[in-house]
Design a protein around this ligand. Structure first.
Ligand SMILES: Cc1ncc(COP(=O)(O)O)c(C=O)c1O
Length: 396
């Protein structure tokens, strides 16, 4: 089909939640290159919103998935699932966590985190169910996760918000959290780097301070690593950059490299609060998604992908900053690893720059606050970065 034919079908039959999409339909990909329906090549600096971290048609991930499809995709959680058990083991062996639960998306993982925090205090006989989250954050699109997502544009049409007892406070402001704590507070929920919210990096003092405050008050720290995790910021999970560990963590996106999967990770004492029947999922943790996740995580660990992402990210950040010195339209360049934001001044719209770069064969995205967001596959090479920066300099 041509792009025009696909667009006509989409506009007639698909619910218009995405507005005017970028004028392209990607047909296939290989490594860091995507090809559209006309066969034109693009270098990908967005990875399907931080998802295709090992790039497209990754030999090992693809072969594992094909093998699993030929065996069985799904059996349900009424039965034992080998790839699920193995992926849980590998996650536990490489993180702070002792136990894992799999769902299908980031929002679903965050729902699981919130439920687990509440259930933990229910089990202890404490009346704690409030969650403190940050303004400008992004935690998903379900009714509970838009409540923790501290952005008016997502919350306004759905008021009154669910669930009860969610309060959004300014990010990077420890005293704001302290002031919001009540006898009913169960947890603080944060991204250590607010990605969708404009690539706002949490300061060391703040993230470490939040951990200490949670310990002091006996409440839980939930870290949302749906976007920052799985190597994106130079460590397997970005909280490692801060020398703190959460009590509960959500992962998704790059965990499946394109296969829908989400995960709740928790320490034993907390995880033990979930008893049979407290949580569940038909598809979550199915054999296909977990086989993909297992191939992804194994590859990332064997090939030191997080460390490489840190190094390439450092390089990309430095050449972007150098380029930005000569550009009056750039207000700031920031990020960690391969999660990078380029804040533009008002006279230039980030969405327009995205369109111009697409015309030049580069896929990039935006974030809140007129920010260009770069989230390439973690296997991106320095030459790709050089080419992107040259094209961006031209556009700016
Ligand atoms: C930090 C964070 N949490 C949660 C989500 C929601 O994930 P999903 O779209 O898979 O539900 C996102 C999606 O962008 C995200 O960036």
């Amino acid at each position: 089909m041509t792009l025009q034919e696909i667009k006509a079908l989409d506009q007639r039959y698909y619910m218009n939640t995405f507005g005017e999409r970028q004028p392209v339909c990607f047909d296939h990909g290989c490594g860091v290159t995507l090809y559209d329906t006309d066969g034109r090549a693009y270098t990908d600096f967005f990875a399907g919103i931080a998802t295709n971290s090992l790039g497209y048609a990754h030999p090992k991930v693809t072969a594992t998935m094909v093998e699993q499809v030929n065996k069985v995709c799904h059996t349900s959680n009424l039965y034992y699932v080998e790839p699920q058990a193995k992926l849980a083991q590998l996650l536990v062996e490489n993180t702070f966590a002792d136990r894992v639960f799999f769902g299908n998306s980031g929002a679903e993982a965050n729902e699981g985190c919130i439920k687990l925090a509440c259930k933990y205090f229910y089990e202890k006989g404490e009346d704690r169910w409030e969650i403190i989250s940050a303004s400008n954050s992004f935690h998903g699109r379900t009714l509970a996760t838009i409540a923790v997502t501290g952005q008016e544009k997502y919350q306004k049409p759905f008021r009154p918000l669910l669930p009860r007892g969610i309060v959004n406070v300014p990010f990077n402001d420890l005293e704001a959290i302290r002031a919001a704590v009540t006898p009913h507070t169960a947890a603080v929920m944060l991204e250590v780097i607010q990605a969708e919210g404009g690539v706002i990096v949490g300061t060391q003092d703040y993230i470490q301070g939040v951990r200490a405050l949670c310990d002091e008050l006996g409440i839980l720290l939930i870290i949302d690593e749906v976007q920052t995790g799985m190597g994106r910021c130079g460590k397997l999970f970005a909280h490692e950059l801060y020398g703190v560990t959460p009590d509960i963590l959500s992962s998704a996106k790059a965990l499946g490299n394109g296969m829908p999967i989400g995960a709740v990770l928790a320490k034993e004492e907390v995880a033990a609060a979930f008893h049979p029947g407290d949580h569940g999922s038909t598809f979550g943790g199915n054999a296909l998604a977990c086989a993909a996740g297992l191939a992804v995580l194994t590859t990332m660990l064997e090939e030191n992908i997080p460390q490489k992402a840190g190094e390439t990210g450092h390089y990309l950040l430095s050449i972007l900053r150098r380029m930005a010195e000569g550009k009056t339209s750039v207000a700031d360049v920031r990020g960690a690893g391969l999660l990078i934001g380029i804040a533009l001044k008002e006279e230039l719209k980030a969405a327009d720059v995205v369109g111009k770069l697409l015309e030049k064969g580069f896929v990039v995205g935006t974030a809140a606050g007129n920010v260009l967001r770069l989230l390439p596959p973690l296997i991106i090479e320095k030459e790709n970065c050089d080419a992107l920066v040259a094209a961006l300099a031209d556009v700016l």
